[in-house]
Write a protein that binds this ligand. Structure first.
Ligand code: ZN
Length: 217
C-alpha cells in the first residue's frame, strides 16, 4: 500500500478534524478513484478544492463493517468542498434536518455523486443502506475488481441507487424497496427513454448510460 494525499489531484481532508492528511491505498484502487473523480468532475463541471473523508485504510471501524478497508481497497467519502463552500455533502445526518428546498438540493448533489461512484464501483453504500452510512458513502472494489461496475438485479445497493436516482434526479415516481420489482423496471426504462436508450436497464450498455446520464442531472 502507498500513502496518498490526493484523489484526482484534489487534497484529502479528514472529516473528523478538518485537516489535510495522507491515507494508505492499494495502488490499483487509488488509480480507480482518480478515474472516478475525473468522470465526476468532467460531467458535473463543479470545482473541488478538497475531498472530505473518513479514510481508506485507517477507517475499518466497527461502523463500516468490511475488511476491504484493511486491504486499502475501500474509501469513505463525507463530501466535496471548495474552500469553505460545500459542493457535495454526504452528511445526510446533517441535511435531513434542513428545510425541504435546501434538503432537495443536497439530495440532488448527493445522488449525482452516488451515480458517478456506482458507475465505477459495484459496491456503494449510501444512507439508504443503514444508519452507519448516514454520514458517508462507502465504496470498495471487492465486487467489481479492477473493472467498471455492472448491474446485478439481486444487488440491494444497486436497486436502491436506481430507485433514488429515478425519484430524486429524474422526478420519476419510484419507491425505495431495494428490490428489482416491476415499478423499478418501469421507472428505469422511463429514464433510459429520456436518455435516448431503449429497453431494460439490464440490456447492453444501459447501466452505464443510465448512470452517466444521471451524474450531471
Ligand atoms: Zn467504509
Amino acid at each position: 500500500m502507498t500513502a496518498h494525499e490526493t484523489v484526482g489531484g484534489v487534497p484529502l481532508v479528514y472529516e473528523e478534524n478538518g485537516r489535510a492528511q495522507a491515507f494508505a491505498f492499494e495502488e490499483g484502487f487509488h488509480g480507480q478513484l482518480d478515474a472516478w473523480f475525473g468522470t465526476w468532475q468532467a460531467r458535473t463541471g463543479l470545482t473541488a478544492g478538497s475531498i472530505r473523508t473518513y479514510g481508506a485504510w485507517i477507517d475499518g471501524g466497527a461502523d463500516c463493517g468490511t475488511s476491504w478497508h484493511h486491504a486499502g481497497r475501500a474509501f469513505d467519502i463525507a463530501g466535496i468542498n471548495n474552500g469553505d463552500q460545500v459542493v457535495v455533502s454526504c452528511r445526510e445526518d446533517t441535511w435531513r434536518e434542513f428545510s425541504e428546498t435546501n434538503r432537495a438540493e443536497h439530495r440532488r448533489r448527493y445522488w449525482m455523486l452516488a451515480a458517478s461512484l456506482h458507475l465505477h464501483f459495484a459496491y456503494v453504500l449510501t444512507y439508504l443502506y443503514d444508519g452507519a452510512h448516514a454520514n458517508h458513502i462507502h465504496i470498495d472494489n471487492g465486487v467489481s475488481g479492477s473493472g467498471m461496475s455492472s448491474f446485478r438485479t439481486r444487488s440491494r445497493v444497486q436497486n436502491q441507487a436506481v430507485q433514488a436516482i429515478c425519484r430524486y434526479l429524474w422526478g420519476v415516481p419510484c419507491e425505495i424497496t431495494g428490490d428489482w420489482d416491476r415499478q423499478t423496471r418501469r421507472a428505469s426504462e422511463a429514464v433510459l427513454e429520456q436518455l435516448g436508450a431503449g429497453g431494460a436497464l439490464t440490456r447492453g450498455e444501459n447501466w452505464a448510460v443510465f448512470l452517466d446520464g444521471s451524474i450531471a442531472r
